[in-house]
Design a binder for this molecule. Sequence first.
Ligand code: HAM
Length: 420
Amino acid sequence: MLKSIYGTKDVLPKDIGKWNYIESVVKTIFASFNYKEIRTPLFEETALFSRSIGEETDIVSKEMYTFLDRSETSVTLRPEMTASVVRAFIEHSLANQFSLNKLFYIAPMFRQERPQAGRLRQFHQFGAEAMGSASPVLDAEIIILAYTIIKSLGLKDLTVKINSLGITSSRKNYIDILKKYLEPKLNDLSEESRKRFEKNVLRIFDSKSENDIQIMQDAPKLIDYLDEESKNEFQTVQDILGKEQIPFTLDSSLVRGLDYYSKTTFEIVSGKVGSQSALCGGGRYDGLIELLGGDANYGVGFAAGIERIILALQNEETELPELSSLDVYVVLLNKELVNDYYLFANKLRKNKFKVEIDYLLRSVKAQMREANKLQAKYVAMFGGDEYAENKVVIKNMFTGSQQVVPLEEAEKEILLSVGG
Ligand code: HAM
Protein backbone atom coordinates (compact mmCIF):
# COMPACT_ATOMS: atom_id res chain seq x y z
CA MET A 1 0.00 0.00 0.00
CA LEU A 2 1.28 3.47 -0.82
CA LYS A 3 1.66 5.67 2.23
CA SER A 4 2.36 9.32 2.90
CA ILE A 5 6.02 10.36 2.98
CA TYR A 6 7.79 9.98 6.35
CA GLY A 7 7.43 13.20 8.34
CA THR A 8 4.37 14.47 6.44
CA LYS A 9 0.81 14.44 7.73
CA ASP A 10 -2.71 14.45 6.33
CA VAL A 11 -5.14 16.82 8.01
CA LEU A 12 -8.36 14.81 8.12
CA PRO A 13 -11.86 16.34 8.24
CA LYS A 14 -12.12 15.60 11.99
CA ASP A 15 -9.13 17.90 12.61
CA ILE A 16 -9.72 20.57 9.97
CA GLY A 17 -11.83 22.65 12.40
CA LYS A 18 -8.68 23.42 14.44
CA TRP A 19 -6.80 24.52 11.34
CA ASN A 20 -9.66 26.66 10.08
CA TYR A 21 -10.03 28.27 13.49
CA ILE A 22 -6.29 29.01 13.81
CA GLU A 23 -6.15 30.42 10.29
CA SER A 24 -9.15 32.67 10.92
CA VAL A 25 -7.67 34.06 14.17
CA VAL A 26 -4.34 34.61 12.40
CA LYS A 27 -5.99 36.44 9.49
CA THR A 28 -8.17 38.60 11.74
CA ILE A 29 -5.24 39.75 13.88
CA PHE A 30 -2.99 40.39 10.87
CA ALA A 31 -5.79 42.46 9.35
CA SER A 32 -6.13 44.55 12.50
CA PHE A 33 -2.42 45.42 12.24
CA ASN A 34 -2.92 46.07 8.49
CA TYR A 35 -0.65 43.26 7.20
CA LYS A 36 -1.43 42.13 3.64
CA GLU A 37 -1.21 38.53 2.50
CA ILE A 38 1.53 37.39 0.11
CA ARG A 39 1.75 34.01 -1.65
CA THR A 40 4.91 32.83 -3.32
CA PRO A 41 5.81 29.60 -5.17
CA LEU A 42 6.53 26.44 -3.18
CA PHE A 43 9.91 26.09 -4.82
CA GLU A 44 12.66 28.52 -5.76
CA GLU A 45 16.17 28.45 -7.16
CA THR A 46 18.40 26.81 -4.55
CA ALA A 47 20.78 29.80 -4.45
CA LEU A 48 18.05 31.98 -2.94
CA PHE A 49 18.00 29.91 0.23
CA SER A 50 21.69 29.03 0.47
CA ARG A 51 22.64 32.68 0.09
CA SER A 52 20.13 34.10 2.57
CA ILE A 53 19.89 31.42 5.26
CA GLY A 54 23.63 30.70 5.05
CA GLU A 55 25.68 27.78 3.62
CA GLU A 56 26.85 26.60 7.03
CA THR A 57 23.45 26.53 8.73
CA ASP A 58 21.74 23.21 9.54
CA ILE A 59 18.88 24.10 7.19
CA VAL A 60 21.07 24.64 4.13
CA SER A 61 23.78 22.06 4.86
CA LYS A 62 21.53 19.16 5.90
CA GLU A 63 17.80 19.76 5.62
CA MET A 64 16.77 21.19 2.26
CA TYR A 65 14.78 19.27 -0.35
CA THR A 66 16.98 20.16 -3.28
CA PHE A 67 16.89 18.54 -6.69
CA LEU A 68 17.76 19.15 -10.31
CA ASP A 69 14.67 19.63 -12.45
CA ARG A 70 14.48 18.33 -16.01
CA SER A 71 16.37 21.32 -17.34
CA GLU A 72 19.19 20.75 -14.81
CA THR A 73 18.28 23.79 -12.70
CA SER A 74 18.85 23.28 -9.00
CA VAL A 75 15.55 23.99 -7.23
CA THR A 76 14.57 23.72 -3.57
CA LEU A 77 11.26 23.29 -1.78
CA ARG A 78 11.16 26.33 0.47
CA PRO A 79 12.39 25.61 4.02
CA GLU A 80 11.11 29.00 5.21
CA MET A 81 9.42 32.09 3.77
CA THR A 82 11.62 35.08 4.58
CA ALA A 83 13.95 34.50 1.61
CA SER A 84 11.02 34.04 -0.80
CA VAL A 85 9.21 37.14 0.48
CA VAL A 86 12.36 39.25 0.18
CA ARG A 87 12.92 37.88 -3.34
CA ALA A 88 9.37 38.87 -4.32
CA PHE A 89 9.79 42.28 -2.63
CA ILE A 90 12.85 42.98 -4.79
CA GLU A 91 11.53 41.39 -7.99
CA HIS A 92 8.28 43.40 -7.95
CA SER A 93 9.86 46.64 -6.64
CA LEU A 94 7.39 46.71 -3.77
CA ALA A 95 9.45 49.44 -2.11
CA ASN A 96 8.37 51.80 -4.92
CA GLN A 97 4.69 51.21 -4.19
CA PHE A 98 4.73 51.62 -0.42
CA SER A 99 7.64 52.83 1.66
CA LEU A 100 6.68 50.29 4.31
CA ASN A 101 5.42 46.87 3.23
CA LYS A 102 3.78 44.79 5.93
CA LEU A 103 3.17 41.28 4.61
CA PHE A 104 1.91 38.00 6.07
CA TYR A 105 1.63 34.38 4.98
CA ILE A 106 0.22 31.03 6.02
CA ALA A 107 2.00 28.31 4.09
CA PRO A 108 3.69 24.89 4.06
CA MET A 109 7.49 24.62 4.47
CA PHE A 110 9.82 21.67 3.90
CA ARG A 111 12.84 20.53 5.89
CA GLN A 112 14.30 17.03 5.90
CA GLU A 113 14.72 16.80 9.66
CA ARG A 114 14.39 13.72 11.88
CA PRO A 115 10.64 13.64 12.55
CA GLN A 116 9.43 13.65 16.17
CA ALA A 117 6.65 15.34 18.14
CA GLY A 118 6.53 18.92 16.87
CA ARG A 119 9.03 18.27 14.09
CA LEU A 120 7.87 17.36 10.61
CA ARG A 121 9.28 17.34 7.11
CA GLN A 122 6.34 19.24 5.71
CA PHE A 123 5.04 21.68 8.31
CA HIS A 124 3.08 24.92 8.22
CA GLN A 125 3.99 28.39 9.31
CA PHE A 126 2.13 31.62 9.66
CA GLY A 127 4.38 34.62 9.73
CA ALA A 128 4.96 38.23 8.85
CA GLU A 129 7.67 40.28 7.17
CA ALA A 130 7.72 44.08 7.53
CA MET A 131 10.14 45.74 5.12
CA GLY A 132 11.12 49.39 4.86
CA SER A 133 11.75 50.69 8.37
CA ALA A 134 14.66 50.63 10.80
CA SER A 135 12.41 51.70 13.67
CA PRO A 136 12.61 49.49 16.76
CA VAL A 137 8.89 50.17 17.16
CA LEU A 138 8.42 47.72 14.31
CA ASP A 139 10.60 45.11 16.07
CA ALA A 140 8.31 45.48 19.08
CA GLU A 141 5.23 45.29 16.85
CA ILE A 142 6.39 42.01 15.31
CA ILE A 143 6.89 40.49 18.77
CA ILE A 144 3.55 41.86 19.99
CA LEU A 145 1.81 40.53 16.87
CA ALA A 146 3.26 37.03 17.29
CA TYR A 147 2.48 36.98 21.00
CA THR A 148 -1.07 38.32 20.53
CA ILE A 149 -1.91 35.64 17.96
CA ILE A 150 -0.48 32.77 19.99
CA LYS A 151 -2.10 34.04 23.19
CA SER A 152 -5.46 34.53 21.44
CA LEU A 153 -5.44 30.87 20.47
CA GLY A 154 -5.67 30.09 24.17
CA LEU A 155 -2.08 29.12 25.05
CA LYS A 156 -0.97 30.03 28.54
CA ASP A 157 2.42 28.59 29.34
CA LEU A 158 4.43 31.00 27.15
CA THR A 159 7.81 32.70 27.47
CA VAL A 160 9.08 35.37 25.09
CA LYS A 161 12.88 35.29 24.85
CA ILE A 162 14.56 38.29 23.30
CA ASN A 163 18.12 39.22 22.40
CA SER A 164 20.02 41.64 20.21
CA LEU A 165 22.79 40.46 17.88
CA GLY A 166 23.90 44.03 17.16
CA ILE A 167 25.15 45.37 13.84
CA THR A 168 27.63 43.28 11.81
CA SER A 169 30.77 45.03 13.08
CA SER A 170 29.91 44.66 16.77
CA ARG A 171 28.95 41.03 16.19
CA LYS A 172 32.27 40.37 14.42
CA ASN A 173 34.13 41.92 17.33
CA TYR A 174 32.17 39.74 19.78
CA ILE A 175 32.86 36.61 17.70
CA ASP A 176 36.62 37.28 18.08
CA ILE A 177 36.20 37.66 21.84
CA LEU A 178 34.12 34.46 22.04
CA LYS A 179 36.72 32.56 20.02
CA LYS A 180 39.48 33.72 22.35
CA TYR A 181 37.45 32.47 25.30
CA LEU A 182 36.75 29.09 23.66
CA GLU A 183 40.17 28.38 22.16
CA PRO A 184 41.75 26.93 25.32
CA LYS A 185 38.61 24.86 25.95
CA LEU A 186 38.31 23.42 22.44
CA ASN A 187 39.22 19.87 23.47
CA ASP A 188 36.43 19.86 26.04
CA LEU A 189 33.75 20.81 23.51
CA SER A 190 31.64 18.24 21.66
CA GLU A 191 32.65 17.29 18.12
CA GLU A 192 29.69 19.22 16.68
CA SER A 193 30.68 22.35 18.59
CA ARG A 194 34.31 22.04 17.49
CA LYS A 195 33.05 22.09 13.92
CA ARG A 196 30.87 25.09 14.71
CA PHE A 197 33.89 26.83 16.22
CA GLU A 198 35.39 26.95 12.73
CA LYS A 199 32.26 27.71 10.74
CA ASN A 200 29.64 29.43 12.89
CA VAL A 201 30.86 29.89 16.43
CA LEU A 202 27.67 31.60 17.69
CA ARG A 203 25.73 28.39 17.06
CA ILE A 204 27.67 26.68 19.89
CA PHE A 205 25.08 28.40 22.10
CA ASP A 206 22.49 26.02 20.61
CA SER A 207 24.43 22.90 21.61
CA LYS A 208 22.44 20.34 23.59
CA SER A 209 25.58 18.76 25.17
CA GLU A 210 25.62 19.29 28.96
CA ASN A 211 29.33 19.99 28.93
CA ASP A 212 29.04 22.57 26.14
CA ILE A 213 26.18 24.26 27.98
CA GLN A 214 28.37 24.56 31.10
CA ILE A 215 31.22 26.06 29.10
CA MET A 216 28.93 28.51 27.33
CA GLN A 217 27.35 29.64 30.59
CA ASP A 218 30.61 31.35 31.57
CA ALA A 219 31.29 32.74 28.07
CA PRO A 220 31.37 36.52 27.49
CA LYS A 221 27.85 37.77 26.73
CA LEU A 222 26.98 39.25 23.35
CA ILE A 223 24.75 41.83 25.02
CA ASP A 224 27.79 43.32 26.82
CA TYR A 225 29.52 44.04 23.50
CA LEU A 226 26.63 45.70 21.65
CA ASP A 227 27.19 48.89 19.66
CA GLU A 228 25.43 52.02 21.01
CA GLU A 229 22.79 52.12 18.26
CA SER A 230 21.71 48.52 18.82
CA LYS A 231 21.78 48.99 22.59
CA ASN A 232 19.44 52.02 22.41
CA GLU A 233 17.10 50.37 19.94
CA PHE A 234 16.99 47.21 22.03
CA GLN A 235 16.03 49.34 25.02
CA THR A 236 13.14 50.86 23.03
CA VAL A 237 11.92 47.37 22.12
CA GLN A 238 12.00 46.35 25.79
CA ASP A 239 10.22 49.55 26.89
CA ILE A 240 7.35 48.97 24.47
CA LEU A 241 7.06 45.29 25.33
CA GLY A 242 7.02 46.19 29.02
CA LYS A 243 4.24 48.73 28.52
CA GLU A 244 2.25 46.19 26.51
CA GLN A 245 2.76 43.72 29.38
CA ILE A 246 4.42 41.12 27.21
CA PRO A 247 6.20 38.75 29.62
CA PHE A 248 9.71 38.67 28.10
CA THR A 249 13.09 37.52 29.36
CA LEU A 250 16.51 38.50 28.05
CA ASP A 251 18.43 35.57 26.64
CA SER A 252 21.90 36.47 25.50
CA SER A 253 22.41 33.03 23.97
CA LEU A 254 19.48 33.37 21.55
CA VAL A 255 21.43 33.43 18.27
CA ARG A 256 18.86 31.63 16.02
CA GLY A 257 19.74 29.07 13.38
CA LEU A 258 19.61 31.32 10.31
CA ASP A 259 22.42 33.67 9.31
CA TYR A 260 20.43 36.71 8.14
CA TYR A 261 19.66 38.23 11.53
CA SER A 262 21.00 41.50 12.92
CA LYS A 263 19.92 43.40 16.05
CA THR A 264 16.67 42.05 17.59
CA THR A 265 16.02 38.29 17.70
CA PHE A 266 13.25 36.56 19.61
CA GLU A 267 11.48 33.28 20.21
CA ILE A 268 8.22 32.37 21.89
CA VAL A 269 8.58 29.14 23.77
CA SER A 270 5.92 26.88 25.26
CA GLY A 271 6.52 24.95 28.46
CA LYS A 272 4.24 22.24 27.06
CA VAL A 273 5.79 20.81 23.89
CA GLY A 274 8.90 19.00 25.12
CA SER A 275 12.19 19.46 23.34
CA GLN A 276 10.74 21.22 20.27
CA SER A 277 9.57 24.07 22.45
CA ALA A 278 9.93 27.04 20.08
CA LEU A 279 6.49 27.93 18.77
CA CYS A 280 7.77 30.93 16.91
CA GLY A 281 10.99 32.72 16.04
CA GLY A 282 12.04 35.87 14.29
CA GLY A 283 13.99 39.06 14.29
CA ARG A 284 15.50 41.86 12.26
CA TYR A 285 17.38 41.14 9.02
CA ASP A 286 18.59 44.51 7.78
CA GLY A 287 21.31 43.29 5.40
CA LEU A 288 19.26 40.63 3.63
CA ILE A 289 17.51 42.74 0.99
CA GLU A 290 20.84 44.11 -0.24
CA LEU A 291 22.45 40.66 -0.04
CA LEU A 292 19.78 39.37 -2.44
CA GLY A 293 20.37 42.18 -4.91
CA GLY A 294 17.89 44.84 -3.82
CA ASP A 295 18.60 48.42 -2.74
CA ALA A 296 19.71 48.57 0.89
CA ASN A 297 16.61 48.45 3.06
CA TYR A 298 15.35 47.16 6.38
CA GLY A 299 13.35 44.11 7.39
CA VAL A 300 11.97 42.41 10.46
CA GLY A 301 9.65 39.42 10.80
CA PHE A 302 8.64 36.19 12.48
CA ALA A 303 7.24 32.77 11.71
CA ALA A 304 5.31 30.37 13.93
CA GLY A 305 4.81 26.63 13.47
CA ILE A 306 1.13 25.65 13.32
CA GLU A 307 1.69 21.95 14.17
CA ARG A 308 3.66 22.93 17.28
CA ILE A 309 0.91 25.31 18.35
CA ILE A 310 -1.67 22.53 17.93
CA LEU A 311 0.55 20.21 20.00
CA ALA A 312 0.92 22.83 22.73
CA LEU A 313 -2.86 23.38 22.75
CA GLN A 314 -3.40 19.64 23.13
CA ASN A 315 -0.83 19.37 25.91
CA GLU A 316 -2.36 22.31 27.75
CA GLU A 317 -5.75 20.64 27.20
CA THR A 318 -7.08 23.82 25.62
CA GLU A 319 -10.10 23.13 23.45
CA LEU A 320 -10.49 25.25 20.35
CA PRO A 321 -14.09 26.31 19.64
CA GLU A 322 -16.05 23.65 17.73
CA LEU A 323 -16.77 24.19 14.08
CA SER A 324 -20.37 25.35 13.92
CA SER A 325 -22.48 22.26 13.30
CA LEU A 326 -25.06 21.63 10.63
CA ASP A 327 -28.15 23.88 10.54
CA VAL A 328 -30.55 21.51 8.85
CA TYR A 329 -30.64 17.84 7.92
CA VAL A 330 -33.42 17.13 5.47
CA VAL A 331 -34.93 13.66 5.87
CA LEU A 332 -36.61 12.11 2.84
CA LEU A 333 -39.83 10.27 3.72
CA ASN A 334 -40.91 9.11 0.22
CA LYS A 335 -38.16 7.96 -2.07
CA GLU A 336 -40.05 8.92 -5.24
CA LEU A 337 -39.83 12.60 -4.19
CA VAL A 338 -36.05 12.56 -4.32
CA ASN A 339 -35.74 15.25 -7.00
CA ASP A 340 -38.03 17.74 -5.25
CA TYR A 341 -36.30 16.83 -2.01
CA TYR A 342 -32.94 17.78 -3.49
CA LEU A 343 -34.29 21.07 -4.88
CA PHE A 344 -35.86 21.94 -1.51
CA ALA A 345 -32.50 21.41 0.26
CA ASN A 346 -30.73 23.59 -2.31
CA LYS A 347 -33.26 26.35 -1.71
CA LEU A 348 -32.27 26.30 1.94
CA ARG A 349 -28.59 26.33 0.94
CA LYS A 350 -29.18 29.43 -1.16
CA ASN A 351 -30.26 31.09 2.08
CA LYS A 352 -26.76 30.30 3.45
CA PHE A 353 -27.90 27.53 5.77
CA LYS A 354 -25.55 24.60 6.23
CA VAL A 355 -27.67 21.79 4.89
CA GLU A 356 -27.16 18.08 4.43
CA ILE A 357 -29.40 15.48 2.83
CA ASP A 358 -29.39 11.72 2.37
CA TYR A 359 -27.89 10.74 -0.97
CA LEU A 360 -28.13 7.02 -0.21
CA LEU A 361 -31.93 6.62 0.00
CA ARG A 362 -31.66 5.15 3.49
CA SER A 363 -34.46 4.39 5.93
CA VAL A 364 -35.94 7.26 7.96
CA LYS A 365 -34.35 5.78 11.08
CA ALA A 366 -30.90 5.72 9.47
CA GLN A 367 -31.35 9.31 8.28
CA MET A 368 -32.29 10.44 11.80
CA ARG A 369 -29.20 8.68 13.15
CA GLU A 370 -27.07 10.56 10.61
CA ALA A 371 -28.72 13.89 11.56
CA ASN A 372 -27.78 13.26 15.19
CA LYS A 373 -24.23 12.31 14.28
CA LEU A 374 -23.83 15.53 12.30
CA GLN A 375 -25.27 17.49 15.24
CA ALA A 376 -27.93 19.10 13.06
CA LYS A 377 -29.81 21.89 14.81
CA TYR A 378 -32.99 21.15 12.80
CA VAL A 379 -34.40 18.25 10.90
CA ALA A 380 -36.84 18.92 8.08
CA MET A 381 -39.07 15.92 7.25
CA PHE A 382 -39.75 16.08 3.52
CA GLY A 383 -42.67 14.02 2.17
CA GLY A 384 -45.65 12.27 3.75
CA ASP A 385 -49.08 13.81 4.27
CA GLU A 386 -47.62 17.24 4.87
CA TYR A 387 -46.03 17.26 1.42
CA ALA A 388 -49.47 16.66 -0.12
CA GLU A 389 -50.50 19.92 1.55
CA ASN A 390 -47.32 21.71 0.41
CA LYS A 391 -46.00 21.63 3.94
CA VAL A 392 -42.96 20.30 5.74
CA VAL A 393 -42.32 19.23 9.36
CA ILE A 394 -39.48 21.03 11.08
CA LYS A 395 -38.08 19.54 14.25
CA ASN A 396 -35.86 21.46 16.66
CA MET A 397 -33.31 18.83 17.65
CA PHE A 398 -32.34 20.67 20.81
CA THR A 399 -35.81 21.08 22.35
CA GLY A 400 -37.53 18.27 20.47
CA SER A 401 -40.43 20.57 19.49
CA GLN A 402 -41.98 20.20 16.04
CA GLN A 403 -43.98 22.45 13.78
CA VAL A 404 -45.61 22.07 10.42
CA VAL A 405 -44.92 24.98 8.09
CA PRO A 406 -45.70 25.75 4.42
CA LEU A 407 -42.83 24.66 2.15
CA GLU A 408 -42.20 28.23 0.92
CA GLU A 409 -41.91 29.46 4.46
CA ALA A 410 -39.55 26.78 5.70
CA GLU A 411 -36.46 28.93 5.30
CA LYS A 412 -38.20 31.85 7.03
CA GLU A 413 -39.07 29.67 10.01
CA ILE A 414 -35.56 28.24 10.23
CA LEU A 415 -34.02 31.66 9.77
CA LEU A 416 -36.06 32.99 12.67
CA SER A 417 -34.80 30.25 14.95
CA VAL A 418 -31.25 29.72 13.63
CA GLY A 419 -30.53 33.35 13.01
CA GLY A 420 -32.13 34.43 16.27
P1 HAM B 1 12.53 29.15 12.25
O1 HAM B 1 12.91 29.35 13.68
O2 HAM B 1 13.42 28.30 11.44
O3 HAM B 1 12.42 30.59 11.64
O4 HAM B 1 11.05 28.58 12.17
C1 HAM B 1 9.97 29.23 12.79
C2 HAM B 1 9.04 28.22 13.44
O5 HAM B 1 8.65 27.21 12.51
C3 HAM B 1 9.65 27.42 14.59
O6 HAM B 1 9.62 28.15 15.80
C4 HAM B 1 8.76 26.22 14.64
O7 HAM B 1 7.57 26.47 15.37
C5 HAM B 1 8.40 25.98 13.18
N1 HAM B 1 9.23 24.91 12.63
C6 HAM B 1 10.49 25.00 12.15
N2 HAM B 1 10.92 23.79 11.71
C7 HAM B 1 9.90 22.92 11.92
C8 HAM B 1 9.70 21.52 11.68
N3 HAM B 1 10.63 20.76 11.10
N4 HAM B 1 8.51 20.96 12.03
C9 HAM B 1 7.53 21.71 12.60
N5 HAM B 1 7.66 23.04 12.85
C10 HAM B 1 8.82 23.63 12.52
C11 HAM B 1 12.09 30.86 10.34
O8 HAM B 1 11.61 30.05 9.60
C12 HAM B 1 12.28 32.31 9.95
N6 HAM B 1 11.91 32.44 8.52
C13 HAM B 1 11.44 33.20 10.82
C14 HAM B 1 11.53 34.66 10.43
C15 HAM B 1 10.65 35.35 9.68
N7 HAM B 1 12.53 35.49 10.73
C16 HAM B 1 12.29 36.68 10.20
N8 HAM B 1 11.16 36.59 9.53
